[in-house]
Write a new protein. Structure first.
Lengths: 631, 76
């Protein structure tokens, strides 16, 4: 069996040798040296036949009738009747074809290979005595302490127990802006430290890490065939033996041996078996490269048919991060009032407070340092112990008899109508500041939804547990056709069910945390999370990048992948039909038939490679919610 | 029981898959064999008292395919 492995390793060299021999033979024919012409072809045939025979034989041993068997019989046949030229050229084309297939297939698989290459291989483990040793990642155990130096790759999922630094988590989240992480923060295998040395306590290793799961998911997805591919797989298992039988029948009935062996070569199912899987690999690979995980050919197929897109609002259409939409000031001391507000809100951890502090910071106003003592008034806000400073909602103002002027009233109502949350500040019973805080729309939501509609989504529905005004407000700014507000999670599921019952193909987009029932109920559940375990497992499509750009890209990709699969099947079936016609009218022979076959295989692979080049609809420029509003 | 993952060289013909699938499945103590065409991987559950990951590697090598890496993981 050593010979078998040697042949496998040297197959490309053998192919090159055959090519040279064939050229020599043709040259000899041209120069009229018959002493060289025929022997060269005979040697070429024998050298070429060896790897083909070996493949055919090992397959036969395992009761598989392979393409190689068809070719082997045809080559032996041609050899027996003295058609050395045919036998040599057929084996050469067959081997050269597999070489090209291998090279091009590598390209279609490159996206995932590149991802796999980023997987960590070794870790520096620190033992209790403080000794550092380099070990294979597979040998790192849960609880082990691992040290990562600046610029190094984090080998495991875990928690920082010492040090801090900026992490580049592009391999997990698709986001290449470094994130600062310190003691207690979670870090992910596959991410890189930009600076700082950290010690990590291992929580999971290898395939159990988020990165490992992503790779495994993509690999499984590429190998889980679409319905079309599965049908062809089944078909091919019967097709190849059937060709063999037809070849024998042709021989029996026509007594035309050359015709019978030609049928065997022409009947090879080449492009047919490779056409569908190769589209799938390229399409899913393109997604993986862009932070889109589509779980298999089946998902791609269903996704391509989706016409109704149902979206959750908070965390999906919006970022879930609050921001100030407008700050209105009354009176003369704007800057000092803002400085005071910033200081008061600085003491609170409330998202509204943080948004306000961030906004005032961005106006280059520094928070006041001498702050009186503050008390929290539950459900209303904050007030100074002496009661002179009030920061909170309208209830707090009313409780303290703060007069709200007509202008202030207008400002407040305007913000409420925009769906904002309101924060007010009064000093000495006088209303000074009205702030509207908005949950920010995702910067590319408008463009993303527009692109999705252009690509074939007929209806966009927003479901939310939020109040009607806030919901309508978001919907007004986006190309959304239908809004349903104040819903409980189970009511969201009912809507999704209703749409599917009406015969629509529904995709549900959510963060996957509290809406997993809807994700599961829809034809396609799309998780727009940040690489959390929940979303990865429940969703059919995971957008690790969490952008509408990625959402639109995934939909377009699904459609193009399905179209590409169909094209490939048409090319493959068309080739077989053309070859048969060619055979019947007598223009196709064994060698030319093999050539057409190998050519068609390359055509389907090259066609699939087009899928690798599809770009997302637009590299969206960063817009803030105010700019989107104008649009 | 253990799970074996064998990383092979590039697989190019889908018929190789069937061949590997059948050859590996035919070994004693092997169940749930999965050949991944694109990833070039073979995954299988094995009964360690009957067969090892290295045995499967040998079977595949004898079929004429390169085996790059064999990983065996205990499962409870």
């Amino acid at each position: 069996m050593k010979f078998n492995i040697w042949v496998q390793k040297n197959q490309n060299r053998m192919t090159a040798a055959i090519a040279i021999l064939i050229v020599v033979s043709f040259a000899a024919k041209f120069l009229n040296i018959p002493m060289v012409e025929t022997p060269a072809m005979i040697i070429a045939s024998i050298v070429g036949a060896i790897p083909v025979f070996l493949h055919a034989w090992t397959a036969l041993m395992n009761k598989v009738i392979s393409i190689e068997l068809l070719v082997s019989i045809a080559v032996i046949g041609a050899f027996v009747i003295g058609e050395y030229e045919e036998s040599a050229v057929v084996t050469f084309l067959f081997l050269f074809g597999s070489y090209l297939e291998q090279r091009t297939l590598q390209k279609t698989r490159s996206s995932v290979k590149n991802l796999t290459k980023m997987a960590p291989t070794t870790a520096e483990v620190v033992d209790e005595a403080g000794n550092i040793s380099t070990v294979d990642v597979d040998d790192v155990d849960e609880g082990d302490h691992v040290i990562v130096k600046p610029g190094g790759q984090i080998p495991v999922d875990g928690k920082i127990i010492e040090g801090k630094g900026y992490m580049n988590e592009a391999s997990i989240t698709g986001e290449s802006t470094p994130v600062e992480k310190t003691v207690g923060d979670k870090v992910f295998a596959g991410s890189l430290t930009d600076n700082g040395t950290i010690t990590v306590e291992t929580t999971s290793v290898g395939e159990d890490t988020t990165f490992g799961k992503i790779i495994e998911l993509v690999e499984e997805a590429q190998d889980s065939a679409s319905p079309a591919a599965r049908f062809i797989d089944k078909f091919a298992t019967y097709y190849t033996p059937a060709v063999l039988v037809i070849g024998i029948l042709v021989w029996i009935f026509t007594q035309d041996f050359p015709l019978a062996i030609t049928v065997l070569v022409l009947g090879c199912p080449g492009a047919l078996v490779i056409g569908a899987p190769v589209s799938n690999v390229a399409g899913i690979g393109n997604g993986a490269k862009n932070g889109i995980l589509m779980k298999g050919g089946n998902v791609v197929n269903t996704f391509s048919k989706v016409d109704t897109l149902v979206l959750d609002k908070t965390g999906t259409l919006t970022t879930g991060q609050m921001s100030v939409s407008e700050l209105t000031h009354f009176g003369n001391e704007k800057e000092s009032d803002m400085a005071l507000l910033s200081a008061v809100e600085g003491t609170s951890d409330h998202p509204l407070g943080r948004a306000i502090v961030k906004h005032i910071d961005s106006e280059n106003v520094k928070a006041t340092t001498d702050l009186p003592e503050l008390d929290t008034v539950k459900g209303q806000g904050l007030q100074s112990t002496d009661g002179n400073i009030l920061v909170g909602n309208e209830r707090l103002m009313k409780a303290n008899n703060v007069v709200i002027s007509e202008d202030a009233r207008k400002a407040i109502d305007a913000r409420i109508n925009q769906g904002d949350s309101i924060v007010l500040m009064a000093v000495n019973k006088e209303l000074k500041i009205v702030v509207g805080v908005n949950d920010q729309l995702r910067s590319d939501a408008f463009e993303g939804l527009t692109a999705l509609k252009k690509a074939g989504i007929k209806r966009v529905v927003m479901l939310t547990g939020d109040n009607k005004i806030a919901a309508q407000h978001v919907a007004d700014r986006l190309p959304i056709d239908e809004v349903h507000a104040e819903l409980l999670p189970e009511q969201k599921v009912d809507f999704v069910k209703k749409f599917t019952d009406e015969g629509h193909h529904v995709a549900f987009v959510g963060d996957g945390i509290n809406d997993s029932p809807s994700l599961a109920t829809a034809d396609i559940g799309i998780g727009m999370g940040t690489g959390t375990d929940v979303a990865i497992e429940t969703a059919d499509v995971v957008l690790v990048k969490s952008s509408f750009d990625a959402l639109a890209h995934s939909y377009v990709l699904a459609k193009k992948t399905v179209a590409n699969t169909k094209e490939n099947i048409i090319i493959a079936v068309g080739t077989v039909a053309l070859l048969l016609i060619g055979l019947l009218v007598g223009v196709i022979h064994m060698a030319s038939g093999m050539f057409v076959h190998e050519f068609s295989i390359l055509v389907v692979i090259l066609n699939a490679m087009r899928l690798l080049r599809i770009k997302s609809f637009k590299k969206a420029p960063k817009l803030d919610s105010n700019q989107v509003k104008v649009a | 029981m253990a799970k074996v993952v064998l990383q092979l060289g590039e697989l190019t013909c889908p018929s190789c898959m069937t061949k590997i699938q059948k050859a590996v499945s035919n070994q004693d103590g092997v169940s749930d064999v999965k050949v991944m065409f694109n990833a070039g991987k073979v995954k299988a559950d094995i009964d360690e008292s009957k067969v090892t990951g290295e045995d499967l590697g040998k079977v595949i090598t004898e079929l004429g395919y390169e085996v790059k890496k064999i990983k065996t993981k205990e499962i409870a």
